[in-house]
Design a binder for this molecule. Sequence first.
Ligand SMILES: C[S@@+](CC[C@H](N)C(=O)[O-])C[C@H]1O[C@@H](n2cnc3c(N)ncnc32)[C@H](O)[C@@H]1O
Length: 91
Amino acid sequence: MTYRMFEEKHHASIYQRYRFVPPEEIRDIILHYLERKNVQPHALAVDLGCGTGQNSRLMAPHFQEVVGIDISECQLEEARAVTGFNNITYR
Ligand SMILES: C[S@@+](CC[C@H](N)C(=O)[O-])C[C@H]1O[C@@H](n2cnc3c(N)ncnc32)[C@H](O)[C@@H]1O
């Protein structure tokens, strides 16, 4: 039996409120990896299983475009409600 924990609106709302901001070390590891690979510019980041978008927003200043993807429409609704990140789209 499977249970999809992130589907409910209430769960998504609580997740948005209490999920801690991801540490900047994660962002730095990703950016240093791309630097070593000599990938410039940073065109597109895809955040698969983005939830309410914390990691998408962490990446937004460093990429031309960020696409957050999640199976839960309620998680995406919470992500979309955070304004000020014009280069992020959620699907
Ligand atoms: C533990 S949360 C992590 C969310 C986010 N990455 C974060 O760090 O806060 C896992 C997320 O993966 C999503 N998810 C699970 N299965 C998925 C699938 N097959 N495709 C896309 N998203 C999925 C869930 O809906 C949930 O939002």
